[in-house]
Structures are given as C-alpha cells and as structure tokens.
Design a protein around this ligand. Sequence first.
Ligand SMILES: [Zn+2]
Length: 437
Amino acid sequence: MNKYTPIIGLEVHVELKTKSKMFCGCSAFYFGEKPNTHTCPVCLGLPGALPVPNKLAIEWCVKIALALHCKINEYSKFDRKNYFYPDLAKGYQISQYDLPFGEKGLVELKSGKRIGITRVHMEEDTGKLSHQEIDGKKVSLIDFNRSGVPLVEIVTEPDFDNALDVKEYLEKLQQIVRYLDVANADMEKGEMRLEPNISLTTTPGKLPNYKVEVKNINSFKFVEKAINFELKRQEKILENGEMPTQETRGWNEDKGRTFSQRSKEDAHDYRYFPEPDIPPIVMTKDEISKLQEEVPELPDKKLVRFEKEYNLPEYNAEILTRDKLLADYFEETVKKVKDIDAKTIANWIINKKVDYEKVSSEELLKQITASKQVAAIDENELHKFINEVIKENDKAVADYKNGKEASLMFLLGQTMKKIGKKVDTNRVLDALKKKIS
Ligand SMILES: [Zn+2]
C-alpha cells in the first residue's frame, strides 16, 4: 500500500442561465458580446446603486441544492466578501457565508462511494480582465459584462482520494445542472469552473496541515491531470522530509504542470459581514417542497428505470440518459409504436448516432421500419430482380447511360414492382446504379 493517501476536495462554480443578472436587470448573456455593453450602475458597483436579488436565480440555486440532497436553510442571507481586485468594481463580492441556501448534501458515485456536499451557495460572477499589448505597451483591459452574472458555488467535503472519482463527480454534476435546465455548464465558455484542493496524508482520515488549491480549471481532463501532477509533486516534497507549502496554484496545460500563484502569507482576509442592502431571504417549507416537486427525474434514477422498464443493457441506458433531451426523445419514440421494441429503438439511436434535433421520432421510426423490411429481402433475390429488369428494359438502360437520369427512376419503379413489397428504396437504387454503371 502507498505510504500517502490523497485527500481531495472540490469547489465548482456554475453560472446560471437566467436572462438577467443576479442583482440588476442587465442581460446575463455576455458571451461574445461587445465589452461593457451589458452594464448598469449596480453591476458596475457605482456608489449608491442598490442590488435587488434575482428570485429565479435563488430558486434555481435551491433546486441544485435539492438535487444534491442538501438540507435547505429556510432562513438565509447574503454576505459581503471583501476582495480588492480590479475585476470586482465594488471592492467586494456579494456571496453567502454562514447561511448558504443548501448544506450537507451528497452525491453517490458508481462504485457506491458517497461524496459529501458541504454547501451550495449563491454569489455573483466578476468582470473579466485581459492583459494585452497595444502599440508595444502592456495594458490590462476590463469587461464588466460578466460582472453580476448569477453564480452558484458547490463545495464538497475532502472525500475524494483519486482523480478519476473527481472526474466522475464533475460529469455527474454537469449532467444534473443540465437536467434541471438551470445552466448550460459549457466548460469552454467558462460556464463551469473547477478548483480542486489537494493534499497527502500519512494517516488516513486525518487532514494534514497544508492544502494546495488549483484555481480556475476549465476542463475535466485538465483537472484530472492537475490532480495527478500535484499528487506526485507533493509526494516528492514529503519524501524529502519537507512539507508542501500551503498555497494557490494555477494549471499550465502547455507545460502539463501546476505553478505557484499565491502563498499563505498573502492569503486574503475576506472579512465577511451581512450584506446591508439585501434583507435576509426567508423560504417557507411549502415553497421548498414546491421546488422539490419541480426537480425532474435525475440521471441516476432514469438510468435504473430505463434498464428495468425497457429491458436495456446498462451501457445503452447510460448513453441514453446522459442527456435529458435524448432520453426524452427515446421515450417519446418508444411510446409511438407497438411493433418495434424499445431495445431496437435504443440500438438504432446509439449505433446510428441519431441527432434528435434533426430527426423527428416519426422519421426515426420510418427509418427503422424501412431497414427492417429490407432485411427481409435477401441480397440474391434483389439482384435476381434487378437483372430481370435490366434485361427487359434495355432501352431505358441505354438512355440512362447516355445521361437521362429519369430513366433510372423508371428502372427503380420496375424493380420495386417486381419486389412487390415496401422496401428501402435507397438500397435498391444503390444496387441498380452499381449494376448498370
Ligand atoms: Zn447591471
């Protein structure tokens, strides 16, 4: 057994896809927009501007917490997190400290291992800094379009001991917020950002007195690599009889390594205090149970139901339930027919990689039916009919060879007549073309 046990926890930020921002009426769809066009005194942090919380965003945050089996605080509040940085115009971020919307939840992995969810809280996103060189001068530019976009932070207990479990958890979390239809969680757009904290202990169950946080990773693959890199790096330090520094590090994908950003000495003192401009948020039990009712059947449950109800192998049920819309499409198609079993439909969707946005369930069924009937006609039989048609229609064959496309259609019609039943015309047409040319 290895001398050291990894101890890993995660902080994940997910941007909600509400139309407006968290505390003002500005549009929250900032991606690709002209810088600083989605701003107002509130999200620019101008003096005297007052924040008004977005009710829908709070409800969605609570739904995420419910889906992660959290306890919901009926009484919660917003707090100011002081943080002096140019991308936060106010000099603080409105977040939640001791009374987040959700606490003490859990996520179960495939292995049955449970990951504790410490808290699910609501905050606002920051603006975006970009460092550029203009006319040989280094400048920092800032875009406040993202400032104030609703952001949910999901924090786990340090329950992971390997990078693969972290990846599974993250994929699951992404699926859940998409099932809830509250976030797109598109990693490339920065709509889901990951921060693992990593340390090694020699006594399992006992936290060491340091931890290393890797900030703002935007891919599941990178998070896996960053964790594995860190575990090796820290092990080396410990093996030398030293203690890794408690610090914040970044991930450099090109170099495939983490690098130091901030050490403990310049750790921030957030000096949280209750946000004086927003009254506490009180939710009744009825309001919470109404939101609970709105939580749809989640991927885990759906997968088990698909296996049982449609007699699908786990592999197929897993693929179909990865995306809620695909799962809905499958079920909708199954409900429309009696003579094609669910397994055939599932196989067809998976093997042909059917795009549910392009192929309606009616079209899909037509395709399956056509293929089934063609399967009933044997290859030799098909060629026998084609040969007969060619022999009997030598003029049409010659016309087609001379470029008269319509003659091919005539020959197809003749062949179909001989076959005498509905079959996949494309297959017959292909066979005809091959034979003539
Ligand atoms: Zn605004």
